[in-house]
Design a protein around this ligand. Structure first.
Ligand SMILES: Nc1ncnc2c1ncn2[C@@H]1O[C@H](COP(=O)(O)OP(=O)(O)OP(=O)(O)O)[C@@H](O)[C@H]1O
Ligand SMILES: [Mg+2]
Length: 144
């Protein structure tokens, strides 16, 4: 399908960069006719995915977080990837309230799944984590 626009963003795994990623992706996504509340949902999704890369993937060590966003006529595709410690059991990590950090809620993936249309997660312990997500503006369901 026709690519309308593409964004690649790479930054060090510092918590300060979570807000940067969130605003950059939101203003990029606004080129498609998402509603304001869909843009708010996308901001939450970017924050959750990048927080996971920073806090869990690199666990406060330094590494690069990579974002790729692609606009198609009917959807946004978002990839968030890190080369951190990876996830042992992806199905378990996706369960609501599952967390490996006792003071957290374990709801990041739950928000991501509820706000995005498709969510695909690949991860290898010791290698990193790759998440691909798509979202279509309301009323613009993709052709199958
Ligand atoms: N990028 C990642 N690298 C390594 N582990 C991850 C990554 N993303 C998620 N995980 C693992 O999956 C678990 C669930 O993630 P999720 O975002 O749902 O919850 P959380 O981050 O623990 O809590 P919350 O997002 O509510 O603050 C995490 O506790 C962590 O063990
Ligand atoms: Mg999280």
């Amino acid at each position: 399908m026709e690519v309308l626009n593409q964004l690649k963003l790479e930054f060090l795994s510092k918590p300060e960069n979570i807000g940067l990623a969130r605003l950059t992706v939101a203003s990029f996504a606004a080129q498609l006719d998402f509603t304001l509340s869909e843009i708010e949902e996308l901001k939450v999704v970017v924050s959750e995915a990048v927080s996971n890369a920073v806090l869990h993937g690199y666990a406060h060590k330094e590494g690069m977080v990579r974002i790729e966003a692609t606009l198609y006529p009917d959807k946004l595709e978002l990839v968030v990837a890190d080369q951190g410690q990876g996830i042992e059991d992806i199905d378990q990590a996706r369960e609501p309230a599952y967390t490996t950090t006792p003071d957290r809620m374990g709801l990041g993936f739950t928000f991501i799944e509820s706000f995005m249309d498709e969510v695909e997660i690949q991860s290898q312990p010791g290698q990193g984590t790759w998440i691909r997500m798509t979202k279509s503006p309301e009323g613009k369901e993709p052709e199958v």
